[in-house]
Design a protein. Sequence first.
Lengths: 227, 85, 85, 761
Amino acid sequence: MRAAVVVFPGSNCDHDTYYVLKDLLGIETDLLWYRETNLERYDLIVLPGGFSYGDYLRAGAIARFAPVVQALPEYIERGRGIVLGICNGFQILTEAGLLPGALTKNISQRFICKTVKLRVENNATPLTHLFRYGEIIELPIAHGEGRYIAPRETLERLKRNRQILLTYYEENPNGSVENIAAITDETGTVFGMMPHPERNSERLFGTGDGLRLFQGVMQGPAGTPLP
Amino acid sequence: MKEFLVRVLVEPKPELLDPQGQAVERAMIELGLKNISGTRVGKLIKFRLKAISAQQARERVSEIAQKFLANPVIEKYSIELEELE
Amino acid sequence: MKEFLVRVLVEPKPELLDPQGQAVERAMIELGLKNISGTRVGKLIKFRLKAISAQQARERVSEIAQKFLANPVIEKYSIELEELE
Amino acid sequence: MSRLELALQHGLSQREYETICASLQREPNELELGLFSLNWSEHCSYKSSKRFLKLLPTAGKRVLQGPGENAGVLELENDWCVAFKVESHNHPSAVEPFNGAATGVGGIIRDILSMGARPIALLDSLRFGDLTPQPPSRRGKGECLTPPRFGEGPGERSRQLFTGVVAGISHYGNCVGVPTVGGDVSFDDAYTDNCLVNVMCVGLLKRSQLKRAIAHGVGNKILLVGARTGRDGIHGATFASEDLVGETEAKRPNVQVGDPFTAKSLIEATLEVCQFPELIGLQDLGAGGLSTAPAEMAARGNVGIAIDIEEIPLRDPTMTPYEILLSESQERMVLCVKAGSEQKFLQIYRKWGLEATVIGEVIAERVYRIRHESRTIAEVPISLLVGGVPEPDLSPIPSPKEGGESPLPLREGGTGVRWGGAGGEVGGKNGRSWREALKQLLHSPTIGSKRWVYEQYDHTVQTNTVIGPGAHDAALLRVKGERFGIAVTMGGNGRYCQIDPYEGGARAVCEAVHNLLSVGAEPIGITDCLNFANPTDPEVLWSFEQTIRGMADAARALELPFVSGNVSFYNQSETRKIYPTPIVGMVGLLKDIELRVPMGFQGEGDLIYLIGKLSGKVGGSEYLKVFYGDIGGELERTDLELERQLVTVMLALAERRLLHSAHDVSEGGLLVALAEKSFARGLGARLELDDLSEEYLFGEWPSRFVVTVAPEREDALKELLDEAGVPYQRVGIVAGDALELGGDGVSVTELRRAYETALEL
Ligand SMILES: Nc1ncnc2c1ncn2[C@@H]1O[C@H](COP(=O)(O)OP(=O)(O)O)[C@@H](O)[C@H]1O
Ligand SMILES: [Mg+2]
């Protein structure tokens, strides 16, 4: 398996994610400059957290036009591999229309950094199949624009297709509708999540729940290892 | 070529909740501005643009506003042009 | 009592750096909107206000804009009123 | 206007102006005056403070770089080194809290970057005036627009400054991806007109990567990289070197607006070029901009520098050479690189979307030469510009406190009040019991939880934060792939210095030491920021000197070097001076992060011990301020010999894994420390104290820790303490979910509620 962690100007979780994939899991991983468009080699493409282009205008609004993002639709269409947007990556994917809905300013209007509890709503995806359905996990969040919203039809569709993967449990830190914290697209290959799995991938930082998410991707859906 | 002062006003779609607008409204009321309602907070993007006509200017700004300056899932926009001497 | 639609436009003072404006301008140029310059990004605050006259409305909005909606150290603002039926 | 008048307008003194004329053997032109005004400002030259700063110890076995560079550097283990420094941004924050604080963060990050280090952590020490109670209808709603400016009055102003500053730090620090892992916040009327915003940055580097801010090698190139130059903050350093009074409003420089996005790219690009052997030196452009940075680099390398002003990329092409040179635009750095290698440097910066230009070169003649289209428009000897400023003729005189009339209401000894048990029948103030007093103290903004602040800071980015803000006395960072950890802390108490500057200085050092020891780390070095009022006031200067002597004596006793620091004078308005406020930042080394000690109670049945000085006075405490509105009282002098012993014994206890938890007793006193220990797991304690005096329960006398130990290790703990000759006392046992004392009790939940709601904005 081979993974890419995209580096935009302003990314700041690129090295953290790289560390988990490469050093903790031993996956062959490249830091991929945002101007690259050849994605053929990769089974997993991570758009990491951070403030691409300073999050000016709206988080992800400028990065969505980056060459690497422009190359994603073809990659997704061909079912080549998995695309995972974490935090700013999620924002970029919604701005690019590759995931439905939008991420807006937290209801408190403030940035918030803390560890939150999440409930696993769908564990039949490559990202979540190592969790139990309904399991409560812990992951850190750190964002100013994480309030997920979408038109009613979109929400209906997300629910019907079981595209909601994680919801905030007990406390909704940002005002997201339906407590949504992570979703997937209709193909089940594009994922977006506000919490940071790479920040809880070692016991040193808590439960280590984040690592299981990356391990899940590494093992492939239902445990079939990706090449 | 003419030069225009362009203002693009972006605001949350009317059907969406605007927590920032609500907070600003509450604060304004507390500061003594009674009799207000429906406060929305949006963005102003202002720039100068050279184009051959107002129509051309508007078309080009429209395109960029749709594609970039506003997020159609959550925002609407309006464009104002003013010709500069 | 009359009702007005009020728009307060707040933008960074011209002499100050506006990194957001710069980044947005660069992006617009890359997206093909050449011939632009001086991009500034500011805020739009929009609300309805009841007042006995346009003058009274303007005065009251001015006060609140100075005190709260804009930060006079770094921002300037303008007020637009439109009378509603 | 005569040249002299112009010089005075530039903030130079007549004596300074005469020195310049005598050295140049001519009158300086306006541009040259501009150069002198910045280089010779207090902020850049340390002219009033440097002879006192010499009192601070700077040597130590781990010191790789002491004061004099952009940051100090200490050696850790395995070739790893830590670079750190603190910087103030007080005046800019008082004028525009959001941007002032944000650009302060940017500045200190670039200082660390200048050493070739990757910034890995930020800490912030903040001081504001007292907040007025929040109208209930506004609670919990958060900010609207930044900065919110509700209402009038000093309390409102403090609130605006506070929310604005926190938002600014959050905005900048989060965006550049450097975690803000610690700091402190306190509130006192003394800071109403001048808030304090001190930010510390910590960087990590390998020994071989160390860089300096130096230029040498005639013909080598000077590069300017980062953002374009605009009319920001012209005269910023001179502004920082004057009192903050109303009339300066007109003189106020343009507010500097930070661009953390550009800063982030600048960090990455600069760390890339730091790998190039052709890089000779680098320096960030802080206060003074291009008028100071290249000159300082030339001074260190004993060379001269010539720059071509027309090469500098501008935001506004109409800028004059004077404006260009004096601009304090943010996110810029200057590099000196080997001639012939400039292209590869320029390429890296351009890849990151930054400006990068060759603006000059190293010359043999030791002058700073400014050229405009090949014409020399200013030329000044480097030695005169950098370090040539005559020391002002100031002498400290003791404050009336040492004789004469006291400026403060002093309270002799204790208050004689004893807190009662249930119902407070034993004469507690206003008949309340200790638990009411404790709740009220926990609820005071200075002592209460700072969650509202640090939840706005990204403290987990970079995935190294093992102990983050709010969890302990110090933060702890791991280094990927290594066993050891780096502990960091920052703080200081101005009230102590107001009462006794010498003791306040000593305590600032000792408290930072305690914070590091509490996590199990060995303190290894200090950075400091000295925030004072106007130094031409002899009393202020006296308190400055005393504070430094106190800090120096404590550091010397504990063998800790000062490796960097900052002085911020003129923190006063027409009506108010700040307290003398030394802020100490300290770094500690924890040999093995598995040996870290938590702060909170870990399990029922553990025994609670107080270690260190077992009795003392109530003077200077937060308690006196909250209940008597009094900041006076007597401060006992810290016993530095005891402090030495505490360092040894606390490290030994941690190393032998005898401690289940540790916390120092500081602001709020013993009960507050115990309450804080109960919050981690909601575990209470049965306290066995026989002294219920307010001194004992709420006094802030120095040199104390509260630790817990498993019952079966109690003997080992006592043996070690006996051997070391350190006093100790068993004060209770971890039990239940309430703090119980003298037949009275209060649930941890109730205490926590008081603590957590202290700062609800
Ligand atoms: N401005 C701040 N920024 C980040 N963390 C802070 C800030 N203020 C306080 N903290 C954190 O909150 C905790 C308690 O702070 P404080 O009460 O000042 O500690 P102490 O009493 O040990 O000096 C510490 O972990 C500290 O790092
Ligand atoms: Mg402490």
